[in-house]
Design a protein around this ligand. Structure first.
Ligand code: FES
Length: 125
């Protein structure tokens, strides 16, 4: 069996929503101290709906695929729904990740939550 699903390979080779949103309403950056990988999420939010999302990931194939998939899953969604997104849901949407690569999808969940924390702290300083 191949190590990675076709979806993982597709999102790794052609990541969706890569880049920076200069006038983002929220930014979240997280890292994994063990592997040194870093993920940054930028959100554009209007009336509590995520209208745009971009990411920069310096990391492994699974981290890149996870961030790409995570952006697809939260784009156009209410912030409350994005808050509920788990790393498991990201991995499932990718048709699975090897067990020892599940922590890479955690980075995507954490980056979104860090960005949402930033959004709420800007809203209610
Ligand atoms: Fe670091 Fe995948 S090995 S996030």
């Amino acid at each position: 069996m191949a190590l990675y699903s076709e979806k993982v390979m597709d999102h790794f080779r052609n990541p969706r929503n890569v880049g920076v949103i200069e006038d983002a309403d929220a930014v979240g950056e997280v890292g994994n101290a063990k592997c040194g990988d870093i993920m940054k999420m930028y959100l554009k939010i209007e009336n509590d709906i995520i209208t745009d999302v971009k990411f920069e990931t310096f990391g492994c194939a699974s981290a890149i695929a996870s961030s790409s998939m995570a952006t697809e899953l939260i784009k156009g969604k209410p912030v409350a729904e994005a808050r509920e997104l788990t790393n498991k849901a990201v991995a499932e949407a990718l048709d699975g990740l090897p067990d020892y690569k599940m922590h890479c999808s955690v980075l995507a969940e954490e980056a979104i939550n860090a960005a949402l924390d930033d959004y709420f702290s800007r809203k209610n300083p």
